[in-house]
Design a protein around this ligand. Structure first.
Ligand SMILES: C[S@@+](CC[C@H](N)C(=O)[O-])C[C@H]1O[C@@H](n2cnc3c(N)ncnc32)[C@H](O)[C@@H]1O
Length: 460
């Protein structure tokens, strides 16, 4: 069977694509379609910087992915997450086993080898099955067919020498070089190594509950973290089937993401602007803190998710689909949460593609955007009002450095330091000057945290 070269990223009309997948479903070896899809999606992430979340969306995702049955979709997701989480180590191992590097343009072959090696090195997939399917895949692709014997030889060697090969790469940070160097620069070598290590741990499932976290932790088999979050210890399966979901008792929110909205404390009687609101985890917190919340979000699709989340939770806010830069209500909010779009480098445990789809230039661009959004948001704040700025980046360019610039030239705005005593168990997350800075290496024994930045500003 001849595989289609999708390396250009061009999409064929959906009708023929559907027919193609139906044909392949009957003629391909079981499991092969999933490996082909995994290789193509990997190509899209690392060669074309496409976000994995979008491609794995159950409704609007990549057509090759959507054509798979549920079990194969789960398999593709597991393969890709593991592959991206361990990419530098897998590439190093394959590089060592090759006498000469693969030809420059042999990207399909590279992805096929990486996907197969990931299954053998980091997933519970039997070696013979991974090798067999990879050789079949190579033979079915005119770009890789002449390398089928090489694929067989490399992968069989990985099978035979697995333990020694894994040991050899054990100390290699599993992050792209540019990002690891930046972590070393900002956090020092020990913290950088700890963050890189935490990146290899599977992400936890954290719930924010409306009330009584201790009782819900006991009921669901979890523990309560210093943020008041319930962390599920042994959860497997569909989150929607868990007790309390249908009744809107809790929502999924990483423990670190729960911190920014909590910085306000009681919001009773306050008009609160949640200016980058979807999917609404922090909107729900602000409502439950007593605020009369205006939730602003520019993406229609994401706004639908916010509406459905609030509706399940039985909470309501004034919802506006708008660019916050177009809001023209100077001095009208007592409190503002600006949870700004960012590089998301603090969420690599959950989104291991992030570091392969972004680079240093993206971080600089996002910091500029955040500064623009923050400067405008500050005009919307009443005198005496407070604004919490937050994002899930690990880079101070998108945090402290940007805040410093705004503080330096905006009259009447001060930083209200966060008091570490208010955060028992998380004192280390409060910087000397009173910003919140979590990293994935914090609360390591309980399973880590997303990287988050937050600070509180006040208008005099
Ligand atoms: C980090 S997410 C917010 C997460 C949200 N606060 C929560 O806790 O669920 C950033 C959101 O800001 C939205 N956004 C980005 N730029 C915006 C703008 N100029 N105006 C309004 N919303 C914007 C994005 O579409 C995205 O949904």
């Amino acid at each position: 069977m001849v595989l289609n070269d999708n390396s250009t990223g061009k999409r064929r009309p959906s009708k023929s694509r559907g027919a193609d997948h139906r044909r392949s479903a009957v003629s391909l070896k079981p499991g092969l379609e999933a490996r082909i899809a995994a290789s193509r999606l990997l190509a899209a992430v690392i060669d074309r910087k496409t976000s994995l979340d979008g491609m794995l969306d159950q409704e609007h995702g990549n057509p090759a992915y959507l054509a798979l049955n549920d079990a194969d979709r789960g398999l593709v997701k597991a393969i890709l997450q593991s592959t991206l989480r361990h990419l530098p180590r897998i590439e190093h191992i394959i590089g060592q086993l090759l006498d000469t590097p693969l030809p420059e343009g042999a990207r399909a072959l590279h992805h096929l080898l990486i996907v197969a090696a990931a299954q053998m090195l980091y997933l519970d997939i039997p070696d013979h099955s991974a090798v067999d399917l990879a050789v079949e895949q190579a033979n079915g692709d005119p770009r890789s067919r002449r390398f089928a014997k090489l694929v067989n030889a490399i992968l069989r060697r990985i099978g035979r020498e697995k333990d020694a090969l894994l040991k050899e790469v054990d100390a290699l940070p599993c992050l792209p070089d540019w990002f690891y160097q930046r972590l070393v620069e900002v956090y020092g070598p020990d913290q950088a190594a700890a963050i890189a290590h935490s990146h290899l741990q599977p992400p936890t499932i954290d719930l924010t509950v409306k009330e009584n976290p201790q009782a819900w932790a006991e009921k669901l088999g979890g523990q309560v973290l210093p943020t008041g979050t319930v962390r599920l210890d042994r959860f497997r399966g569909a989150i929607t089937a868990l007790e309390g979901f249908d009744d809107g008792v809790w929502w999924v929110q990483d423990a670190a993401a729960a911190i920014p909205a909590k910085l306000f404390g009681d919001l009773t009687g306050k008009r609160v602007g949640d200016l980058c609101a979807a999917p609404g985890g922090k909107t729900a917190q602000l409502i439950l803190a007593g605020g009369s919340v205006v939730a602003v979000e520019q993406s229609k699709t994401r706004l639908k998710r916010l509406e459905s989340n609030l509706s399940r939770l039985g909470l309501s806010a004034e919802i506006r689909c708008a660019n916050l830069l177009d809001l023209d209500e100077s001095g009208s909010f007592d409190a503002i949460l600006l949870d700004a779009p960012c590089s998301s480098t603090g969420t690599v445990r959950r989104h291991p593609d992030v570091l392969w789809t972004k680079d240093a230039a993206d971080i600089a661009k996002l910091a500029q955007l955040q500064e623009k959004l923050l400067r405008h948001a500050l005009t919307l704040l009443k005198p005496g009002g407070r604004l919490v700025f937050s994002n899930c980046s690990l880079d101070p360019q998108e945090g402290e450095a940007m805040i410093d610039r705004v503080l330096a030239d905006t009259a009447g705005i001060t930083l209200l330091p966060v008091d570490p005593k208010q955060w028992p168990g998380l004192e280390g997350a409060i910087t000397a000057r009173g910003d919140v800075r979590t990293t994935p290496a914090m609360l390591a024994e309980q399973g880590g945290l997303d990287g988050f930045y937050a600070c509180m500003l006040a208008k005099i």
